[in-house]
Design a protein around this ligand. Structure first.
Ligand code: NAD
Length: 370
């Protein structure tokens, strides 16, 4: 890593138990007066929307509370109309990567652009990045594309572990594995830099020491706090590097096969680690150590296999699907060649540290994950 170049963003990050209560004061400082909230139904049911409403008062001029997964283009148009109608000066995304992605899509499309406030309640990490994925639902099959622009990096990020205590076990597990995948792909990214590597290694450590506990004891505040810190570090590492095969494939599996993002991550990650291992072993060894894999007496490739297996086992311990056939969507084995073709054209797949020059190896990976 003798040479590096990365873009960093001006972001205020507030991390504390109960920090949602600090939002109002932060808005005063920024001078934002008319806000639109993007969120979804479960945030409403859990009372988070009401807490936000009471702290924002009249500054919250509109709420869109039915954001669907994977940022659908049709919904972006609807929220954009609301934003224009209410002349908002900032937009809030509260929830997982989908509402935060929606806030980014609206901020990006709106001219002039508006600042974003992200309040994450999962471990997906979108709050730290200047990227979102949007699904072009009018295409057949639907296709998810990513948009990257520094102006959509959330300006204010509020991490409140309290908001994650209700995160259901399956979402805890799957978005936690998503965070782990950010760290792994940041470590071997072609565009890695010293900050992303430090954040990712530390992120793996936090995640491996807290995720299972969050799954088995959802209201363990200490584990939730550590895990959210791990997710923050994962998001921070993700923000300044390009991802590779793993993330590209998960986008295709989400956008085209409609597999939830975290589930796609859980199934693919062990296979992506194995696929890349011969090229990425020097970068992944610190992560293997952070996962408690002893490097003494083990050859590096044995440590890589142990790492892939450890991720696979963690996924199994948290009762997530370990195979594509169990992903719970209408996907057939005979669809895999077409998915491999689509993935081969994916820019993120093309950024993989181990070059991929034809769809065949992707199809093989998908078959091993079937
Ligand atoms: P999501 O936002 O789609 O949420 C999934 C479900 O979890 C929803 O039903 C939601 O209501 C529920 N939920 C969220 N928080 C909850 C809580 N605290 N308590 C109870 N229920 C809760 O899922 P996600 O995995 O967070 O995000 C996935 C999306 O984000 C994908 O579209 C993915 O591509 C994108 N993403 C983007 C980035 C980026 O950097 N741009 C990073 C990661 C993920």
């Amino acid at each position: 890593m003798g040479k590096f170049r990365y873009v960093s963003y001006a972001q205020e990050v507030i991390f504390a138990l109960g920090s949602l209560a600090q939002l109002s004061e932060a808005l005063e400082r920024f001078g934002w007066k008319k806000l639109l909230l993007c969120t979804n139904h479960s945030m409403q049911v859990r009372g988070y929307v009401d807490s936000l409403k009471s702290s924002l008062g009249q500054r919250l001029v509109a709420t869109f509370d039915r954001v669907q997964p994977h940022v659908q283009d049709i919904q972006v148009d609807q929220v954009l109309e609301l934003a224009t109608q209410h002349e908002i000066d900032a937009i809030i995304g509260m929830g997982g990567g989908s509402p935060i992605g929606m806030a980014k899509a609206v901020a990006y499309t709106r001219k002039p652009s508006i600042p974003i406030i992200a309040i994450p309640t999962t471990y997906a990490g979108s709050e730290m990045t200047a990227v979102y994925g949007i699904t072009h639902s009018r295409e057949n099959p639907p296709r998810k594309v990513t948009v990257n622009d520094p102006k959509i990096a959330p300006r204010l990020v509020i991490y409140d572990p309290q908001l994650t205590l209700d995160l259901p076990p399956e979402m805890t597990a799957s978005t936690g594995i998503n965070a782990l995948a950010h760290c792994i792909e940041a470590l071997y990214s072609r565009t890695r830099n010293p900050i992303s590597t430090a954040a990712a290694t530390n992120g793996v450590h936090h995640i491996f020491n807290s995720l299972l506990r969050c799954y088995t004891h959802p209201d363990d505040v200490d584990a939730r706090t550590k895990m959210l810190q791990g997710a923050h570090l994962a998001g921070l590492s993700l923000a300044s590097v390009s991802m590779g095969l793993h993330h590209g494939l998960c986008h295709v599996l989400g956008g085209t096969a409609n597999i939830p993002h975290g589930i796609a991550n859980s199934i693919i990650l062990p296979h992506a680690i194995r696929f890349n291992a011969d090229v990425t072993v020097p970068q992944l060894l610190p992560a293997a150590e952070a996962m408690g894999i002893s490097l003494n007496g083990n050859s590096p490739m044995v440590a890589m296999e142990a790492m892939a297996q450890k991720v696979f086992d963690l996924v199994g311990q948290m009762n997530l699907p370990q195979r594509l056939r169990d992903a719970g969507v209408n996907l057939k084995e005979s669809d895999l060649p077409q998915l491999a073709q689509i993935a081969f054209q994916n820019r993120t797949v093309q950024n993989n540290p181990k070059p991929i020059t034809e769809p065949a190896p992707i199809e093989m990976l998908l078959r091993s994950a079937w």
